[in-house]
Every structure is written in C-alpha cells, then in structure tokens.
Design a protein around this ligand. Structure first.
Ligand code: SER
Length: 585
C-alpha cells in the first residue's frame, strides 16, 4: 500500500462504521496552551466537555502535527518533528461499552484489515494508582479479542495515562497496541477532567481519543526498517546526498516541518512559533553545510515535500509560492550569518595561531585549548553573530587546526547554560511582580491589575484566580481562571468597577507582614509564586488586598481611566484580558 492508499484505507474504515471524517485542522490552533497541534484530539477538545460537536459524536481524522519535544531524537529510525496522526474519536457516542467498542475497532483494523501479525504484537493497560483504578476492563477485552495469544503488560501513569494537553482538560487511562516493539496505536479513555489544582474529576460523558502515528504505521505496512524509507520520505532522502545518515534524516524531517508550518501561516521570527520554525530551518541549513550541500539546497527539497502531499493537503498548492519564498529568504539570511561567522573564525585562527592564513598550512600545530579567552570569543560569535559552534569546528578541521574539541564543547555548554539561567530568572521575575526599574506608567498599570483582579472576582465569582500577569509601559495583560468567554455585559461591569475605584482617588497602602498573617487577613496571593517569610501587602480600601512585590501608584486617581481592549482565551479554562490606561475625555 502507498501512503495515499493507507491513509484512505484508514479513513474509509471508520467512515463505513458511522464516523464522520473531519479534515486536519491547521497546525496553528486557537488553543493558546500549545504552540502547535500535537495530537488529533486537539481540535475536538471542547466536545469532550459537553459542547455539542457539529460533526456528530463519532469522528475520525488524519491530523497534521508538530512536536518539538523529541527534536534531539530525530535521526533515529522513527522520531520526527512533523508527522500525521490517524485517529478515531468519540464524544459519548460509543455507548455503555465504550472501551469494548474502541478496542474492537482498533483490533479489527490492525489484525483483520491490515493483517499485521498478532504474534509480533502486545498490548498495554493502566495498572492503577491511588487516584485512578486499574483498567481491568481493557485487559479482559484484549483477552477476549486475542484469546490465549494476547500478551498484556501493565504500566503506570507515565506510560498508560494521557493528557491533558496544556494545563487543564480531558485526560484518562490508555491502552496501547505495540507492534514489533514500537507503539503504534494509543487509545485514550477520556474519563476525567484535570483541573488547575491537578485534581481529577470524573467526566459526565465518557470520551474516546485514539492516536496512531501514520509514518510508523506506514513503515510497518511497507515493511521498512525506518520511516525514512517509506514513500513519505524516500523522494526527499534521494535528493540529499552524503554519508552521514543522521544529518540526512534531520534535514528531511526539518524541511517537512518547515513547509507545513509556513503553509499554515508561521514565518521565521524570534518569538514563539516563528522561533521554533527559525530554529528548525537553521538547523537544517547547518546540517546541509556540514554535508557540503550547495547553497539553496532546501528549495528543491521543499518542492519535493509539496509534491508528496499536494493532493492530500490542498493548502500546500495554494501556498506554494509563499512557502518557497519564505524558505529561500530565511536560508539566505542564515547563509550570510554563516559567511560573516566564518570570516570571524579566520580572524580568530589568525590571532590564536599567529599564522595569517591557516588553510592547508602544515606548519600549524598550535593546540587551541579551552582557555577563557577562547571560550569567550566562541560564545560571543554564537551569541551575537548566530554562528553555531559545530560550524566553527568544521572550519578548524578544514584548516587542519588542532584543538581540544571535547574541552571546548564542554566549557561552551557550561557558559550557555549559565546564560540561559540568567535569562530565565529575568523572565520569571517579570511574571510574578514588576520588580527592578519601573516606569511611572508601569506602576499605574500594576495598580490597575490589582483593581481588575478584584473586579473580576466581584463580577464573575470567587473562582477567579490570577494565572499570570505581564506589564509593559503601555498595557497590562492579566490571565485568570474562568471557564467561559466573558459576555459584553460582564466586561462593561468589570471596567465600571475599576473606573469607580479610580474616581474615588483612594490611597494605595503598603504594609509588611508575615506571609501567614497576610493570608489570614484575606490578602490574595499569586499561587504559583514562592513567597519570602516577610511580604508586602498592598491594599486599596474596599477594593483590593494582595501580596505583591510592588511598586504601585500612590493613589488610584493617578490611573485616570481604565479600558479593556481585549478579552480572549489564554489556555483551556484560562482567560486573558489586555487593558490600557488613558486620559479622561
Ligand atoms: N491524544 C493521544 C496521543 O496523542 C491519542 O490520540 O497519543
């Protein structure tokens, strides 16, 4: 079977059994708790919680996914950053025996339709723990289906429990089919809802969420040793010459992710999704340089990717020009970075060895050690010029320069780690309180944040808790727990309450006390923060009392006027408000 045939075979199988076939969603989803769609269930998340599904209760799909958590393993026989996930899903449509129904559908597909060998397979089930009972039912069902030939293994939370995606949402125990020692099908019984405090509550409606990595299944069906030998990869691999198999596979995977991400509207940048794309594209470019591939080698590869999938994902053909233009531009930019970096490397070689042009010069025997100076210069090259260390090493090798590779790499990594810790600490500080140097505007926005928090608790209820906050010099952003979109009326009421407090021109009082005393006195705390023994409590009489590092405006009147500019979803169960302060008109 070709990939096209297998994909269709799967979807037809479920269509014939009463499932509506739903097209893949975009990789860029409207669930802000994830950067990209990472599973088939992503687009169906609300239907597990009781929201009506416009597709009916039983659906199946082939979903485009990007997962970067396994990026370091790409290059082995089966890990990928872009993959397709086949799945069938049910939102209470499989009846009382929902586990039996889901397992039967999977079993018949794998062993009767595809005729994979039961001898080479085994099944796993959840073994049970303090919160969730052992899945004896699934174990019995597999036993009934496969008889004495069934091998069943029991595992705990880390293996046989799935979800939620993001912080809250549907989740539950899983049962899996493994074939030739590779997990191929994961069947999730969405029986629980995980809340913000990590507690599990039983869901009213029992959901099914299954996922089967398409490339892996294809590898099994086409009887190949790696996914890179299937027809989803062979044409790309054929266009990447070189002996280094790992490098070739990384390039093939990364160009595919890049094509699909750009197709769904992501462009290389230094932020969030764009940053992931930039990293993937640059990594591919870097491996191409190491393999000695020509400049612009990614273009024919991107065209090949589009060729493989254009009849399946019609958006690829529509966006072909944009995809190729974006890849060309980013590769070109990075090649220039590398050229500039290589010039610096030459200069570095010159000062470190005292020889003007190191190329092919047998006289160079100087050992470049992992000296402080050396590490600082290489780090600077990486940090400010974007030059990857591997390419520096490559250049040293070309120039026959002796150097302590392991030592340099180790000290470079140490420095990188330290640097990342410092940036992370900076980011965390921003999250909890304002801290550091703060503008007058930021102080006012900070006070407005407290007023907003208390207003939301009055308008929406006491379940509202701060989940995050970010203040720039011209706006505040406040994330809070609340299960639904706010209505226009709720927004107006909230705004009015804050503006009322502003018009009263109340003083913002600060007291220092122990954390226990503050909590006992009813001060709100941001639950993710670790507080010191002594804390500041800022109060605005009649409105707000919060533990907070500060600083704040002196009086609420300084805020002039408060306006909500946006209310949107931040992640499942978490809303986000953006607001500004302005002149009274
Ligand atoms: N959501 C589960 C997974 O990603 C099953 O689809 O494995």
């Amino acid at each position: 079977m070709t990939s096209k045939e297998l994909r269709k075979f799967f979807l037809d199988y479920f269509a014939k059994r009463g499932h509506k076939i739903v097209p893949s969603s975009s990789l860029v989803t409207d669930d802000p708790s994830v950067l990209f769609a990472t599973a088939g269930m992503q687009q169906f998340k609300p239907f597990y919680l009781g929201q009506d599904s416009p597709y009916g209760k039983n659906v199946a799909s082939c979903q485009k996914c990007v997962r970067t958590s396994d990026i370091d393993e790409v290059g082995d026989h089966s890990h990928l950053t872009f993959f397709e996930m086949l799945g069938n899903f049910s939102f209470g449509g499989y009846g009382e025996d929902f586990k039996g129904e889901a397992i039967k559908l999977a079993y018949n597909f794998i062993f009767e339709e595809l005729k994979l060998s039961l001898q080479d397979s085994y099944f796993t089930v959840f073994e049970g723990d303090a919160a969730v009972p052992a899945d004896k039912e699934s174990e019995a069902i597999w036993g009934r289906m496969a008889g004495s030939r069934a091998t069943i293994q029991r595992y705990g939370r880390s293996d046989n429990f799935w979800g939620p995606t993001g912080e809250v949402g549907p989740c539950g125990p899983t049962t899996e089919i493994h074939y030739k020692n590779t997990e191929i099908w994961n069947i999730v019984f969405n029986e629980y809802y995980q809340g913000l405090d990590s507690s599990l509550k039983p869901l009213a409606q029992k959901g099914i969420d299954t996922g089967m990595g398409f490339e892996r299944l294809l590898m099994m069906v086409q009887d190949k040793g790696t996914v890179f030998e299937t027809d989803l990869f062979a044409p790309i691999m054929g266009k990447i010459p070189g002996a280094d198999m790992r490098a070739r596979r990384i390039i093939a995977d990364h160009i595919k992710s890049s094509v699909f991400l750009i197709c769904d509207g992501v462009l290389p940048s230094n932020l969030e999704r764009g940053y992931v794309l930039r990293r993937i594209l640059r990594r591919a470019t870097r491996y191409g340089r190491l393999l000695g591939l020509p400049r612009d080698f990614l273009m024919p590869l991107a065209e090949t990717v589009i060729g493989i999938y254009r009849e399946v994902y019609l958006e690829l053909a529509v966006n072909e020009d944009n995809i190729l233009t974006a890849i060309h531009a980013e590769q070109d930019k990075f090649e220039k970075v590398i050229d500039e970096g290589l010039r610096e490397v030459k200069a570095l070689e010159k000062t470190l060895t005292g020889v003007s042009d190191g190329a092919n010069d047998p006289r160079i025997v100087a050992e470049l050690s992992a000296s402080d100076d050396m590490i600082n210069r290489l780090f600077d090259l990486y940090q400010s010029k974007g030059m990857p260390l591997e390419l520096v090493f490559e250049e040293f090798d070309n120039d026959h320069i002796h150097y302590d590779k392991a030592g340099i790499q180790e000290r470079f990594n140490e420095k990188l780690k330290k640097h990342q810790e410092i940036s992370r600490a900076g980011a965390e500080k921003k999250f909890g309180g304002v801290g550091g140097e703060v503008s007058e505007e930021a102080k006012k926005l900070h006070t407005a944040t407290h007023l907003l928090h208390s207003a939301l608790r009055k308008v929406l209820g006491l379940h509202v808790k701060q989940m995050g906050s970010d203040i720039t010099s011209d706006r505040l952003r406040f994330d809070f727990s609340h299960p639904a979109k706010m209505t226009a009326e709720e927004l107006v009421k909230t705004e009015e309450l804050v503006n009322y407090a502003i018009r009263e021109d109340l003083p913002v009082d600060k007291e220092v006390m122990s954390y226990e005393e503050a909590i006992a006195g009813g001060a709100l705390a941001f639950f993710r923060e670790k507080y010191p023994a002594e804390v500041n409590v800022y109060s605005i009489k009649g409105y707000s009392k919060e533990i907070c590092a500060g600083p704040h405006a002196e009086r609420t009147g300084d805020l002039l006027q408060f306006r909500i500019v946006k209310e949107e979803s931040s992640s499942a169960g978490v809303r986000r408000i953006k607001a500004v302060l302005g002149q009274v008109k």
